[in-house]
Write a protein that binds this ligand. Sequence first.
Ligand code: FES
Length: 278
Amino acid sequence: MWEYTDKVKEFFLNPKNVGEIEDADAVGEVGSIACGDALKLYLKIEDGKIVDAKFKTFGCASAIASSSALTELIKGKTIEEARKITNKDIAEFLGGLPKAKMHCSVMGQQALEAAIKNYLGEEVEEKQLEGEIVCECFGVTDEEIRRAIKENDLKSVEDITYYTKAGGGCENCLPQLEEILAEVRKELEQAQEKKPKKLSNVQKMQKVLKVLEEEIRPALQRDGGDIELIDIEGDNVLVSLRGKCTRCPSSQLTLKDFVEKSLQEKVSPQLTVEEANE
Ligand code: FES
């Protein structure tokens, strides 16, 4: 038996915004009754803002609660804001969903996307279906599977089935799901390796000092100036200009265009440089 949060129970027993908007500005439909879940979402949009949202769904308690939660989440939002809503937001709004029911939140996100495309005139034709069908039983494409893995950090084929339903029928698609999972996990790991590692305060201090001593100070000293490191507060490097630099009318340019740029390039792009009040 699934463990439902009180909010899921509340949104299932007393769903908000059930029904149809007759003069809807956008309609998004996903799923099919043959596959067990279907959702039709209606939006009323004024000046780019969603002023009303209603839904009709065929599905389990989680599908009803997720659809209802979605309508509550998007009312009052602009199209741009609504576009950023993910299935995670829907599940979080409900205080969580059983893992095996996460596909209901994904269905909500897909219906919203379809409705927004419909509003913007980007009709979702069958031929435009993103990707190729991998799971014939539930009509799930490789792109849907890739996206679910990336957005929800899925780590097993079982998780893919929970989030997309793919693999939950005849199981013929399981080898392909394994392949896609391995590919996407590899991509995610490579992206993680490329991310610059966050420096500790000591590392940051050491690197800033090294660049100052080896590159910045010698360059300034050649023109009779100099610079001293006073402190580092978070990503803000406080320095004091010395020698000719103190009287130079373009000292602020030196700080930003030379000192700050050098430190951003060699240490961290987040660094800013300011003159300390001594
Ligand atoms: S083809 Fe995926 S479960 Fe049947």
